[in-house]
Design a protein around this ligand. Sequence first.
Ligand code: ADP
Ligand code: ZN
Ligand code: ZN
Length: 757
Amino acid sequence: MRYADVVLPLPLEGFFTYSIPESFLQEGLVGCRVVVPFGKTKTYVALVVRIHDITPKGYKVKPLKQRIDQSPIVNALQLNLWTWISSYYLSAMGDIYKAALPSGLKAEDGYKPSTELYVALAPAFQSEPSLHIALNMLKRATKQLDAFTCFLHLSHWDEIGVDVQTEKIVEITRDELVNASAQTLNVINELVKRGLLVTYEKEVGRLNDGGEPHPERVNKLNPAQQKAMDEIRLKMESKNCVLLHGVTSSGKTEIYINLIQQEIEHGRQVLYLLPEIALTVQIMSRLKKVFGRRLGIYHSKYSDAERVEIWQKQLSDEPYDVILGARSAVLLPFQRLGLVIVDEEHETSYKQQDPAPRYHARSVALVLAQMTGAKTLLGTATPSIETYRNATTGKYGLVNLTTRYSGVELPETEIVDIGDLRRRKMMAGMFSPLLLGKIREAIERGEQAIVFQNRRGYAPLIECKQCGWVPHCNHCDVSLTLHKTTNQLVCHYCGFTYQVPDICPACGCKELRPKGSGTERIEDALHEAFPEANIARMDLDTTRTRNAYERIIRDFSAGRTNILIGTQMVTKGLDFDKVSVVGILNADNMLNYPDFRAYEHAYMMMAQVGGRAGRRGKRGLVVIQTYSPNLPVISQVTRGDYLGMYNDQLSERLQFHYPPFYHLIYLYMKHSNDKTVEMAAVEVSSWLRQWFGDRVKGPVKPDVGKIKTLNIRMVVLKLENGIDMAKVRQYLKRAREAILADKRYSTLTIYFDVDPV
Ligand code: ADP
Ligand code: ZN
Ligand code: ZN
């Protein structure tokens, strides 16, 4: 009898064994999907990982029900990689299977091409006079009017003069309009009913419209870039991984494009990873111009149908030569990988937090490259401490690029002491006179400004003026954020929304005031200060749809927007021509963050967002507002002294037992009952202490001690380099199994975060 070990799309450890019926074609079964019975009534689409003839003992083996694929949809290389991820990150194969495959490949019926619903201006209103009539019709329906005006703005109909130039019009999806206007679907539907808007469907996922490749469009590198490129190639002869440490706008992307072209000429594939979708929009068009249909794009904002299409092409005889993608693209099938580029390698969004598997795409990329014999190039202006250490100790090759492509100097930085200005009553809300003045000058000269605030919403909390009461989430241990666009209180941890109370439930006082400022409030303040300016906001709330991202970036690039306000999204390698001023409203938010990486991250954030200033032909200015102007890290940012920051951090890390000298593993436990989780945590940590001694810290209740009704405890393990990690993992698994086997804790959630960021 032959048996098949399969992975189920469930968060379960290990494999499940089924017998292979006689009638089944066994050839090429590994890597194929099969339908299997599970439990009393369920069936699942599982993936075969191995065939053997060892009869399982202790239970009655059930047969496979059906073979779905004729040839494997997951190759041997991927299965090896999954096994590594599962072992290193202590996560279940089932979770990796779930994360890797687009849902269309996990379901039985395959996938259908999906469509998106768009809204357009009804033909009858496509002229200036008739638009006035339309706006008049809506005079009494404020919500509809708001939604309609928002539509006109997004689609650019509001710019159309007497001669209609429809080529300027941008297509808007209905979801995007709902989101951007903060109105309900009903309101939009009313506009359709009244005949002002019409809807139409469009198939998503026209991936292969990339057109002809144009290798002749690869830009010729300047001497500094060419030298860096030659060094990269040279160092790759002896090292598997090279770090390209190049200042912002030094032309790293152009070097990548040159390297990719070389790989293609040698018949090899390239995986180009970016931390987030915000970045892909710009880089995508740069790559498309050169590589055309050779380029495939893969990330979570793409529809499932599109992702299935890419996956299948990757398995075909003609896979993409270049894949540009976010984190999960490392899990795609590759056949002849030659190079992996991890751009902005320092970005923490390469680490998947929730759900499992909690993997770091940079580490997985390195392993993938090693398994295939490919080389890895890490690129950034601000390397992570871990990577820089690897590059300076000789584990990786190191290549420096210290000049900007345009020759323009790195921006000048001015530090503003907001504590001092507040005492002297000189702050205008969140703005120093210097920053306001510089933004004004920029606008007057037809240049642009970026304002960075690392909090979305209007205010991080509201407070009763009389008694100090603050509304909290019913499910989480956090105060609620005020969102004015939707006029709601929102929990940023579980997403629950609440009505804004009229009176304080504790004392009856009618004055509840917003405290602190998020991006919405800054946007309001900027509108007040610069009524003539076009202001756009880029944060999680304004970019829920993929089109919204593209639109905000496109409008800003085209100079249609004067000021862009945003969260860390605006810090990511975006390349804009006319930004002369960048304002960081409150550096302290980042500096005071309770984490050993706070300074490292604050440095990166400031250096990266600052790097958006003065990119073509002219030196830019960065204004950093802070209560702690004398912190060394602030002057390190000012001087562009990465090495200073690195050395400071390194000695702290050594002293306090942190990476890169120690491995960190966080153990999380969650339960609806606080006493239960506390007891379990004390028990688990005492076992761990027996094995690992004082490498174990905790348990502690994290700052946010309850999320989604679950109370949390965490235990920190600090493991010195060189410790036998295989053994560590064994012990950790044993602890998890033992605690879950205890009846009192059977409903406990327990998981590990390996190499947390
Ligand atoms: P980085 O990735 O280091 O931030 P980019 O590759 O985005 O830098 O380059 C910054 C700007 O300079 C871009 O607008 C890019 O098009 C331009 N640029 C860089 N190198 C070249 C080159 N060799 N030829 C033409 N333009 C270049
Ligand atoms: Zn009160
Ligand atoms: Zn909540």
